[in-house]
Write a protein that binds this ligand. Structure first.
Ligand SMILES: Cc1cc2nc3c(=O)[nH]c(=O)nc-3n(C[C@H](O)[C@H](O)[C@H](O)COP(=O)(O)O)c2cc1C
Length: 368
């Protein structure tokens, strides 16, 4: 029987258990340029002490000036490497791996949008933000692929154990996958193979620059859950199989494009009250884990130790990603280690988003 505290590994990473902290944008990187700040160092040290085997950072932007939200981590220049080293050293002290999540925003976010050039696969108005992006030229796409590769090399130089490509939740790479947002007629649009091409090339660019020994993960939607024309489950299975063949190291399964209320949402509310609502992407992740040879992690209200143990033993899913529960209690994994019946303190109120405080759980804010 498999257990959540089994020691496992993939690529050249050793994992002391099967819990991965899923990416959380804290909104607390340096306010001037997105460097690692003292607040970020403190937060990650607490998480590293708290028991997870691996931490995926909040999303970091790869092209100067295109940050989709405030005070996010930056990875577009070599000057960020020094801060990366401080962050990775602190986390490694506790025998924990750390992965830098790399992202590109597109029209999904309204932050500073009048002052930025917002690019997209096609000039299609965003359903929720109302932003119509500039359609990317072939050259723009090629530059972005290189920007991800360059950022990955910086992550490697900064001591990260790997990078995660953020291709989920309606951000730019996720929009390329979507037939609604991607209406291109060139090699980046049309068939699912074409819509996923930018992701395949981002991956190849990262491999080329950061090398074979550097772990590359991806976070991807199992489906956009849009009423029409979204990236659907069968297409997600196709992309995951292809990435497996190409040699990606781990796939984290999420879903939905955010901002709309279609179930299951990225960050489903009220999951603490209703066990039926928990582990909400696991049925999709199980099928993807059957399709691929590499490890799959599933995210989304993984709150019940017994439920996760059952999923682990009923499927090929190998890891469980946790976001809000760790935001609320950095040491939730240590608590499960002592008492598997422990019920996490997070009340899934989704009040963690805060421009004023940074994305800190309401129970952990120092002042109101
Ligand atoms: C405050 C906050 C910030 C988040 N930032 C990111 C991010 O930077 N990148 C990402 O892929 N997901 C991000 N997410 C989504 C989580 O990684 C995760 O997919 C989602 O919260 C569901 O998992 P949970 O039920 O364990 O919270 C964020 C979620 C929250 C609550």
């Amino acid at each position: 029987m498999k257990g959540l505290f089994d020691k496992t590994g993939f690529k050249n990473l050793e994992l002391k258990n099967r819990f991965i902290r899923s990416a959380i944008h804290e909104g607390l990187a340096d306010s001037q340029d997105g460097s690692v700040s003292p607040e970020i160092l403190n937060i990650y040290e607490e998480i590293a002490k708290g028991g997870v085997s691996t931490i995926i950072t909040g999303f970091a932007f790869t092209v100067e000036g295109e940050n989709p939200t405030h005070r996010m981590l930056a990875a577009y220049d070599d000057r960020f490497i020094e801060g990366f080293k401080k962050l990775t050293d602190i986390v490694h002290k506790y025998g924990v791996n750390i992965i830098l999540q790399l992202a590109s925003g597109g029209s999904q976010a309204k932050f500073n949008y009048r002052k930025r050039k917002i690019y997209g696969p096609s000039a299609v108005e965003h359903k929720f933000t109302g932003i119509t992006p500039i359609e990317m030229s072939g050259k723009d796409i090629n530059q972005l692929e290189h920007a991800f590769g360059d950022a990955a090399l910086r992550a490697k130089k900064g001591g990260f154990d790997g990078v995660q490509i953020h291709a989920a939740h309606g951000y730019l790479l996720s929009q390329f996958l979507s037939p609604y947002y991607n209406r291109r007629k060139d090699e980046y649009g049309g068939s699912i193979e074409n819509r996923a091409r930018i992701i395949f090339r981002v991956f190849e660019n990262i491999r080329e620059k950061a090398g074979e020994d550097f772990a590359v993960l991806i976070k991807i939607n199992c489906s956009d859950f849009m009423e029409e024309d979204g990236f659907c489950f069968e297409e997600s299975r196709f992309v995951c199989k292809k990435l497996d063949e190409m040699g990606i190291d781990l796939i984290e399964i999420s879903g939905n494009v955010g901002l709309n209320q279609t179930e299951p949402q990225i960050i489903r509310p009220d999951v603490h009250k209703d066990r039926e609502k928990q582990c909400y992407f696991s049925e999709y992740a199980k099928k993807i884990a059957d399709d691929v040879s590499i490890p799959v992690s599933v995210v989304g209200a993984n709150r019940d130790f017994n439920m996760m143990t059952e999923i682990l033993n009923d499927s090929q899913i190998q890891y469980f990603s946790l976001a809000r529960t760790v935001l609320c209690e950095a040491d939730v994994v240590n608590k499960w280690d002592k008492n598997p019946g422990y019920e996490p303190g997070c009340i899934s109120c989704n009040q963690c988003w805060s421009l004023k405080h940074g994305n800190i759980c309401i129970f952990n804010r120092k002042s109101s």
